[in-house]
Ligand binder design. Structure first.
Ligand SMILES: [Zn+2]
Length: 346
């Protein structure tokens, strides 16, 4: 079954249609999951892994945990965040992203096949959503700084719709950075954590999509985001969060919890704590997710979990209308795993 969840998020008035199959085709994604499981088990020297505290609230000791492909994920008893600890250091992660089989497969097979669909079903709605967030807050930023600007697709599309914008990117990949330059984007070829310390990159609007779950040191990342946001500016980020329906129901069976790619799943409380500590004056969090219910349904069909609670079974047996309404409820109450964070800087 391939339920397309098309819905209108009451908070932000964006209507989009998306299905899990479009961005994660089953055959390719299963192959990727198999490869990353093998890589997670074998690639690293785990004696060099580093213990980290909860990236949300900073709590050092958390006893509740589960294992996923030999990585330990802690569940913070204070703020509810889920995070891998111990974890690889930055150098080991860099090496992984540069040389692992699963990363190569992701770039060459998955992205190559789903790139156009991802553009339509992820990037374009992202642009509309950012516009909506800004319009509702009466903001008209001029300098747009995209963190992880990749091939510049987001910024280029932004410029078409906002010709007055000045475009900046932070992108560590040499080839991608050059592609951005060729498109007229001023690029800082670096990691955001290192670039932020130089104090040159600044945006009135800073965007960063689906990065937080990957970063080795989320606190340092949050401070970097604060540093590169101009005074009076706003940073808008999307990420996967721990409070989402699919994460909470599937837990260690969730296909989103895939080490070492996704190390951090902050709860709403954890995100608020982390970005406040980084210096942002106001933090708004909402979850416009559209896929939680479909992901749980498909996981049931695959038999990845033995069963649901009586009520969850009853809920999922109801028709499309009920499930769409339930997904809307999740989205409206920060209970979807697809989260947007809007951080304001004084
Ligand atoms: Zn915590």
């Amino acid at each position: 079954m391939n339920t397309v969840v098309a819905m209108k998020n009451k908070n932000e008035n964006i209507t989009t249609a998306i299905s899990e199959e479009e961005i994660r085709p089953d055959d390719l994604f299963n192959a990727f999951m198999d490869l990353s499981a093998k890589d997670a088990e074998n690639f690293f020297d785990k004696s060099k892994f580093i213990e980290v505290p909860c990236p949300g609230c900073g709590k050092a000791e958390n006893e509740n945990h589960f294992l996923k492909h030999s990585f330990r994920y802690n569940h913070c008893s204070e703020c509810g965040s889920i995070y891998a600890s111990p974890r690889p250091d930055s150098a080991a992660l860099l090496s992984y992203y540069a040389t692992s089989e699963s990363q190569r497969f992701w770039a060459e097979a998955v992205l190559a096949k789903t790139g156009q669909k991802r553009k339509e079903s992820i990037m374009m709605p992202n642009i509309s959503r950012v516009e909506d967030v800004l319009a509702k807050r009466g903001r008209r930023p001029k300098r747009i700084l995209d963190v992880g600007s990749a091939n510049g697709a987001f910024l280029t599309e932004w410029k078409k719709r906002h010709p007055e914008a000045e475009l900046f990117g932070i992108e560590p990949g040499q080839e991608s950075a050059q592609t951005c330059r060729d498109l007229g984007i001023k690029v800082f070829e670096n990691f955001v954590e290192d670039e932020a310390e130089k104090g040159q990159a600044q945006g009135d609007l800073v965007t960063c999509f689906e990065v937080i779950e990957h970063v080795q040191d989320p606190e340092r990342f949050a401070r970097a985001m604060h540093n590169i946001t101009a005074p009076g500016g706003v940073a808008i980020m999307s990420c996967l969060g721990a409070d989402g329906f699919d994460i909470q129901v599937l837990w260690e069976k969730s296909r989103s919890i895939v080490p070492p790619y996704h190390l951090n799943f902050l709860s709403k409380r954890g995100m608020e704590a982390m970005f406040s500590k980084a210096g942002f004056s106001k933090i708004e969090i909402y979850s416009p997710g559209r896929l939680d219910v479909e992901i749980v349904q498909k996981s049931m069909e695959r038999g990845v979990i033995p069963g649901l609670s009586r009520f969850e079974d009853l809920l999922l047996s109801r028709g499309k209308e009920t499930l769409q309404a339930f997904q809307e409820f999740l989205a409206g109450h920060c209970l979807s795993s697809h989260v947007w964070i809007i951080c304001h800087k004084d």
